[in-house]
Design a protein around this ligand. Structure first.
Ligand code: COA
Length: 285
């Protein structure tokens, strides 16, 4: 059951500013971004925010109609374009990147966020089921970054992979996603080392529980499950699309000029562990 995002992301503290930004409105004017998996959720949220800040954004997704709909939802044809491309197919991804450059010139920001997932025990997962998630998440990220390498503006380009807490924290029923996202984090570090000298920064964002996403609807489908999860998060709220988009804006901004090869947890501290009153209270009592 989907629950209203504004309720889930309200912090109990007045000092915690929600949906604010430290960045100026024209930060990305004249810039070009390419977002893989940008037709929904976190990636679409990033694409939308980049358009708001003045960038032209090209989106790719597997379904063309969905991609076109997504592009029109965030801006005019002058601001956003959509192409259908499966990140598992290098040649198709390369062609989409080339079309972007032909239309708008060198690409400044590349976001690789296409992901696939399902919940299953390893023993109930076929070899193909494991492979399909690794192919979308890990091979897909390699394809997007590798194909973009000579098409980005150098120096100054920023590439961001959308990772997940599973990369660092093993989780049952997620053998494929854990393996794939751990690979994504390590790929980001290697590319950061190899491409830094060309003026390309490569980083990842690991979003925690984000309200309104397909993942959270599946992981916490009832108000009770949601309340229980929120009670364990240090900041006592879910994140929202704006929170993740702002992390991406930061990593692409001049403010992150010396940030390279990092995995930025945007999760309210959730991945650190259980911070519930019960847990903390045990130490105090
Ligand atoms: N449990 C076990 N195996 C599953 C499964 C499930 N719930 N869902 C898919 N699989 C297996 C299939 O059985 C198949 O294996 P097989 O050929 O041995 O039978 C394999 O995964 C590929 O499935 P298929 O549906 O053909 O692949 P696809 O490329 O169309 O779909 C998925 C990719 C599997 C990731 C699909 O779940 C998907 O597209 N999801 C939507 C995107 C998404 O998950 N987003 C979440 C982002 S966090």
């Amino acid at each position: 059951m989907n629950q209203p995002a504004d309720i889930l992301t309200q912090a109990p503290f007045t000092h915690s500013a929600i949906n604010q930004s430290a960045f100026r409105d024209d930060l990305f004017a004249g810039r070009v971004a390419f977002v893989a998996g940008g037709t929904s959720g976190i990636n679409l949220g990033i694409a939308k925010r980049f358009v708001e800040l003045g960038a032209k954004v090209a989106l790719i997704g597997r379904n063309y109609d969905k991609a076109i709909q997504a592009a029109r939802s965030i801006g005019s044809e002058a601001q956003s374009m959509a192409m259908s491309a499966d990140v598992r197919d290098y040649d198709v991804v390369r062609a989409a990147l080339q079309s972007t450059v032909e239309a708008w010139g060198p690409i400044d920001y590349v976001i690789s966020g296409a992901a696939g997932n399902f919940v299953a025990p390893a023993a109930g997962m076929s070899a193909n089921g494991f492979k399909v998630v690794v192919d979308i998440d890990l091979l897909g990220t390699f394809n997007v970054f590798r194909a973009a390498h000579d098409l980005v503006r150098k120096p100054g380009a920023s590439m961001i992979a959308i990772s997940a807490p599973q990369a660092a924290h093993p989780r049952t029923l997620q053998a494929h996603a854990c393996a794939a996202k751990a690979g994504v984090n390590q790929l980001v570090r290697v590319l950061a080392m190899e491409w830094g000298r060309e003026g390309i920064r490569v980083n990842a964002i690991s979003p925690g529980p984000i309200a309104g996403t397909e993942g959270m609807a599946r992981l916490a489908p009832t108000p009770e499950a949601t309340a229980a999860r929120i009670a364990r998060i240090p900041l006592r709220r879910y994140g929202n699309l704006h929170d993740v988009a702002e992390s991406a804006v930061f990593l692409c901004s001049q403010s992150a000029a010396y940030v390279n090869g990092t995995v930025l947890d945007c999760d309210g501290g959730a991945s650190l562990g259980d911070a519930s009153d019960r847990e903390i209270g045990q130490g105090i009592a």
